[in-house]
Design a protein around this ligand. Structure first.
Ligand code: G3I
Length: 351
């Protein structure tokens, strides 16, 4: 038999399966996600209420992609309670109503924080009993106002300093270290069904702050203080190692609490270079970080996956640019509301 005939015969045999068995079908690909709303757990975004009101493009992406919303600023102390006797509900109520109409969950951010306090609080003259009343009244008025409509709260935000001690905030100064526990008790009294979170950043920096945060929430839980979850902000960047990011997420789950990646963004300009330009290399590196974070979270026990929330929607709206005064592109949508490779990284991490 000539060489060409042999070649034809072997091609024919291999196309018939060679061994005589039927060709095996490829395993089916997981169905492509139509949007992040289809994730197995609520995927959300922090929302700028002014933009939600004024920009159809912004509202379009939020409505199409996200199943949970957090007010980026509208539920902070300074926004909701600008004077001792004044509550300003308009923006927060707008967001809650929007969420009801779009069948989305609302996460409340945040009740007790050292930042974004109004002048009447930072300058408040009163003994510890008066400070206690101030804290309790704020928590119970706000949580009570949104009872049944806001599913969860960051009750205390960023109480731990970089060195692992409690941050020297007005709350610590006037109320002592157990203000954290009492804040949770007041919130539970105001809405027994809301899930209550301790929220902080820096879990991925290394063991010092992470251990302090985990010890704090674990001791609250062990004492029977009504804490349901731990929020990992994850304002992170390309410089954070995959190992540290994965440890941040898995060690939070080891507390047994619900886990919320609550303020996710991945900055690509950690050196704050004024002239940095967006590039395919940055896009690919950012995509890989988003994928790693989402994949690690997705592998947690389903009952502990409270959700992932990015901190705003597009690169045009991120706090990062303002904070560093430099170019950066930390979010999954670009300035034109188009999906970036980071978005594909999220989708791949969800599969
Ligand atoms: O609303 C006022 C406006 O009336 C005023 O004219 C203007 C002048 O500066 O300020 C406006 O308020 C700003 C507010 O954002 C709304 O744009 C504040 O100055 C500014 O400090 C505030 O920044 C926010 C910051 O928290 C402080 O509250 C950022 O948008 C917000 O992204 C950021 O979010 C925090 C989380 O709450 C907690 N974790 C860290 C995260 C990033 O810093």
């Amino acid at each position: 038999m000539k060489t060409t005939s042999l070649l034809l015969l072997s091609l024919l045999l291999s196309s018939c399966g060679g061994s005589g068995s039927e060709p095996q079908p490829e395993p089916p690909l997981p169905p492509a996600l139509g949007s992040l709303r289809e994730a197995a757990f609520p995927f959300g975004a922090a929302v700028n209420v002014n933009l939600l009101r004024s920009s159809a493009a912004y509202q379009g992406v939020v409505t199409r992609e996200y199943r949970s919303v957090t007010a980026e600023n509208a539920m902070k102390f300074r926004s909701l309670h600008p004077d001792a006797a004044t509550y300003a509900w308009t923006d927060a109520d707008y967001l809650v109503q929007y969420a009801r109409q779009t069948n989305s969950r609302v996460h409340g951010h945040t009740l007790i924080w050292h930042n974004s306090l109004p002048a009447w609080v930072t300058g408040f003259q009163g003994d510890s009993a008066a400070w206690e009343t101030l804290m309790k009244t704020h928590i119970q008025t706000v949580v009570g106002h949104f009872r049944g409509q806001v599913a969860s709260w960051d009750v205390v935000n960023e109480a731990v300093a970089e060195d692992g001690t409690l941050r020297p905030s007005p709350w610590l100064q006037h109320l002592g270290p157990d203000y954290v526990a009492r804040a949770f008790q007041y919130a539970r009294q105001a809405d027994p069904d809301a899930k209550l979170f301790y929220n902080d950043y820096g879990h991925e920096y290394g063991p010092t702050k992470r251990t302090a945060i985990l010890n704090l929430v674990s001791s609250l839980k062990a004492r029977g203080i009504p804490i349901d979850g731990i929020g990992l902000q994850l304002h992170t960047s390309l410089t954070r190692s995959d190992a540290n990011l994965a440890t941040a997420i898995t060690s939070a789950a080891q507390t047994g609490l619900l886990v919320h990646i609550s303020e996710l963004d991945v900055a690509v300009n950690p050196g704050n270079q004024a002239g940095l330009a967006w590039s395919d290399a940055l896009a690919a590196a950012q995509k890989a970080k988003y994928k790693l974070i989402v994949q690690t979270f997705n592998a947690l026990p389903a009952a502990q996956r409270f959700g992932i929330t990015t901190w705003n929607v597009t690169d045009a709206d991120t706090w990062v640019r303002g904070a560093c005064g430099c170019p950066d592109w930390p979010l999954p949508f670009n300035e034109q509301y188009q999906k970036k490779p980071a978005y594909d990284g999220i989708v791949e991490g969800l599969q």
